[in-house]
Write a protein that binds this ligand. Structure first.
Ligand code: EPU
Length: 337
């Protein structure tokens, strides 16, 4: 396998941050992965897949393994469901389109999310009322230190809102190589409850939507709000939507009657961080090449040559302001490296 030295990672992270990796290897198969782990035992290894959920703030003094293992397999289970397995290096959106083209239902609301299949379980990607965990069955992952493969059930992954065991106890310990989903092949359970999807379907006079109709609606909504990383560097939502006590929320609502919210249970309420950031005057603002997207304040952007440090400073400024103004702590959704 070819080792590239002092490799620029600009094209390997959707924020488009120009830092270098000391060494970089593209991994095309599971065998290449285990061989590389064996050959480079005790090295500082950094796993890079689509680079769509990270902010690189410094050069990586590490051996970077870019997981590009491709391949999709299907296994019909009954007349109504199919198990679909995708290798980690498949582009997520292309995989979703593959499912839609084969009339496999379940992932259509997750259309156009940047990144690769292998990193999707790490943060339990979600959008428009659906999360990866809703159709996830299991994944395979290789332990970095031993090169041994482990099968993880859904329960073992311990999924939560933008969270899993791979972001906590097992952070940096396993490399996900394959993910399996159970999808429907008829009588799809459609999730059109999200207001923007309902409106998009109504506008097109679609009464009985197909999974393709939903995917197209989601794509249109995302395109209207979220910047395309190919044009403007970004990592989607930079922060998680904070969950606060309903008691605290009631006080906030008195001051701001129009505040949007999602009631989680009787004690907890989730508030869109985008709203908090917009209320604090950051939406559409720009400092050098670092900025806050004009159509969705939860998305920080690199207009061209911002450094990771500049984006990080902006994010800290936002966190400080939200803490002062609303007494709410915003946690980053993106991994800061
Ligand atoms: N809002 C504002 N101003 C803004 C942005 C949002 O006031 O600039 C308010 C609006 O009232 C809107 C509400 O926030 O009704 C929710 O906004 P939106 O529907 O855009 O969703 P979000 O909560 O900001 C979350 C996910 C997105 C996902 C969308 C749709 C997180 C951190 N983000 O965003 O996921 O696409 O819902 O389901 O949960 C991502 O994780 O990278 C991502 C893009």
């Amino acid at each position: 396998m070819k080792i590239e030295r002092n490799k620029s990672l600009k094209k390997h992270n959707t924020f488009g941050i120009d830092v270098q990796a000391t060494e970089f290897i593209k991994i095309n198969s599971e065998q290449e992965l285990t061989e590389t782990l064996f050959t480079h035992k005790n090295r500082n290894i950094f796993i890079l897949s689509g680079g769509s959920n990270m902010l690189l703030t410094q050069n990586l003094e590490a051996l970077v393994l870019h997981i590009a293992i491709k391949g999709i397999t299907t296994n019909i289970q009954s007349d109504s469901s199919v198990l679909v397995s995708a290798n980690a290096g498949e582009n997520w959106h292309d995989f979703v389109q593959y499912c839609i083209n084969n009339n496999f239902g379940g992932l259509e609301n997750l259309s156009l999310i940047p990144g690769y299949v292998g990193s999707a379980p790490i943060q339990n990607i979600g959008a428009y009322g659906v999360e990866l965990k809703d159709s996830f069955v299991s994944c395979e992952a290789i332990q970095l230190t031993s090169g041994i493969k482990k099968h993880f059930t859904k329960e073992e992954c311990n999924f939560g809102y933008r969270n899993s065991i791979f972001k906590n106890e097992l952070k940096g310990k396993y490399i996900i190589t394959k993910v399996t989903f159970r999808l429907t092949i008829k009588d799809h359970t459609l999730n059109t409850s999200y207001g923007a999807i309902e409106n998009a379907l109504k506008e097109k006079n679609i009464i009985s939507p197909t999974i393709k109709d939903i995917s197209e609606a989601v794509i249109a909504i995302r395109k209207s709000k979220l910047p395309d990383p190919k044009e403007i560097g970004n990592s989607g939502s930079f922060f998680k939507n904070p969950v606060i006590s309903s008691e605290k929320f009631d006080k906030l609502q008195e001051l701001h009657p129009g505040i949007p919210f999602y009631q989680i249970d009787k004690d907890n309420t989730k508030i869109p961080a985008g709203w908090l950031i917009e209320q604090s005057g950051f939406k559409g603002k720009r400092w050098g090449d670092a900025g806050v997207h004009a159509k969705q304040a939860l998305v920080l952007v690199n207009y061209n040559n911002a450094s990771g440090q500049e984006i990080l400073e902006l994010s800290k400024k936002i966190q400080k302001t939200i803490k002062e103004k609303f007494d709410i702590v915003l946690e980053t959704e993106v991994n800061i490296i």
